[in-house]
Design a protein around this ligand. Structure first.
Ligand code: S3P
Length: 421
């Protein structure tokens, strides 16, 4: 149990957030494919990225770690001695399925209770079209999954039915080893960290509109170092809390502001928030900035479609902001939230309404939030979902307090979240 008291005053001062989760995963995976050491700084030492580290070690990489610095030296990939455990991490599992589908050895994956329920057919289908053999447990292809040794994969052209960076990245990684180029067409642009980092490793990629083509290679020119920017998905909790809590004025340092991730800033600004980007810079092909956020009055808006992949992980935090806004907010096209670490639409409706009754409603793929209803102290269930836990914590802090049944799950992406709060 974790009890969070209501904030007595606005947020003031400077906050630093941990390294970006998506970029940390990719830095470990790609660095393991070269043969020279790569130093990754500001690496997120959260449970999800440590699952990736454990898998890459089992596949042959040498990893030396001190706090948030990590040195990785690739040794070529080899068959692991045991089943690989992706823990709670969809990114670990899906990216490594793409990397391992073309290899000449067998790998079996498992994961925790949440990951074993999540859909894998969306990755298995395109990899199978490329010639991979992957055996899942049932029609939905839930874990455990075994990837059989492969012949050379074929390049394909594949239109993805959902905008998913994990699926796109799996196909790109498999495409690296194929016999011809592979083209992926996304319905809308999803986060492009894999493309950016592959380019930093010397891989040729071309983008025309929503179509990305990768040209196979087995030559990697690994950079000497990769500096991971702070995670905008972790900054989201402070952006929202500072916006809704009167008297706030904070600067969040060194936040990754890649265009495919900044939907939360666009939406909050449309709702009336004051968020300024200062000290913008580029490091390792990724843009970062300090975010200055001042408390503001918000109003409800409606959004959906193309912007959704740019803020998909921030919907629970945005729902908290909408609960403090004047009027109704309607978030369309968020059915993907039903297959995240938990069914986040159901979790928002069931848990957030305990803090602000009759505020949150959902259909299959739409979330509706009626702002400015009365708030009360509540005991809530995080469903072992890190983003639900952190969103409930800031909701309670801005309202009348909250008690969380299981708060340890924040270790997945933000181990010192409660210290900062
Ligand atoms: C991620 C992609 C997104 C996101 C997840 C991280 C990534 O998932 O929700 O937290 O690192 O590629 P989908 O690709 O399933 O949309």
């Amino acid at each position: 149990m974790k009890k969070i008291s209501p904030l007595t005053h606005g947020l003031r001062g400077v906050i630093e957030v941990p390294g970006d989760k998506s970029i940390s995963h990719r830095a470990i995976i790609l660095s393991s494919l070269g043969d020279s050491p790569v130093e990754v700084t500001n690496f997120l030492a959260g449970a999800d990225c440590l699952s990736t580290v454990a898998c890459m070690k089992a596949l042959g990489a040498i990893v030396e770690r001190t706090d948030d610095r990590i040195l990785i030296t690739g040794q070529g990939l080899h068959e692991p001695d045991n089943i690989l455990d992706a823990g709670n991490s969809g990114t670990t599992l899906r990216l490594l399925m793409g990397l391992l589908a073309p290899q000449k050895f067998l790998t079996t994956f498992t994961g925790d209770d949440s990951l074993r329920r999540r859909p894998m057919a969306r990755v298995i289908k395109p990899l199978t079209l490329m010639g991979a053999s992957i055996v899942g447990r049932n029609l939905n292809r839930n874990l455990p999954i075994t990837i059989l040794p492969a012949e050379r994969l074929h390049g394909i052209t594949y239109a993805m039915p959902v905008a998913s960076a994990q699926v796109k990245s799996a196909i790109l990684l498999a495409g690296l080893y194929a016999d011809s180029p592979t083209t992926i067409i996304e319905p809308y642009p999803s986060r492009d960290h894999t493309e950016k980092m592959l380019k930093a490793f010397g891989v040729r990629l071309e983008r025309i509109g929503n179509a990305i083509t990768i040209f196979p290679t087995n030559k990697f020119t690994a950079p000497e170092s990769i500096d991971v920017p702070g995670d905008i998905s972790s900054a989201a909790y402070w952006i929202v809390l500072a916006t809704i809590k009167g008297g706030s004025d904070v600067t969040i340092k060194n936040v990754g502001v890649n265009d495919t991730r900044t939907g939360i800033i666009d939406v909050l600004r449309r709702m009336g928030a004051t968020i300024e980007l200062v000290n913008e810079r580029i490091s390792g092909g990724e843009r970062s900035a300090d975010l200055k956020v001042v408390a503001s009055k918000l109003h409800g808006i409606e959004f959906g479609g193309e912007i959704i992949p740019r803020l998909i992980d921030e919907v629970p935090a945005l729902a908290v902001a909408a609960a403090f806004a004047e009027g109704t907010t309607i978030i369309r096209d968020v059915g993907e939230l039903r297959v995240k670490e938990t069914d986040r639409l159901a979790a928002i409706v069931e848990e957030f309404n305990k803090i602000s009754p009759a505020t949150f409603e959902a259909t299959d793929d739409t979330l509706i939030i009626h702002g400015r209803h009365e708030k009360t102290f509540a005991t809530c269930n995080t469903r072992a979902d890190h983003r639900m836990a952190m969103s409930l914590a800031i909701f309670g802090a801005a309202a009348e307090g909250v008690e969380l049944d299981d708060a340890d799950c924040v270790n997945i992406s933000y181990p010192n979240f409660f210290d900062v709060l």
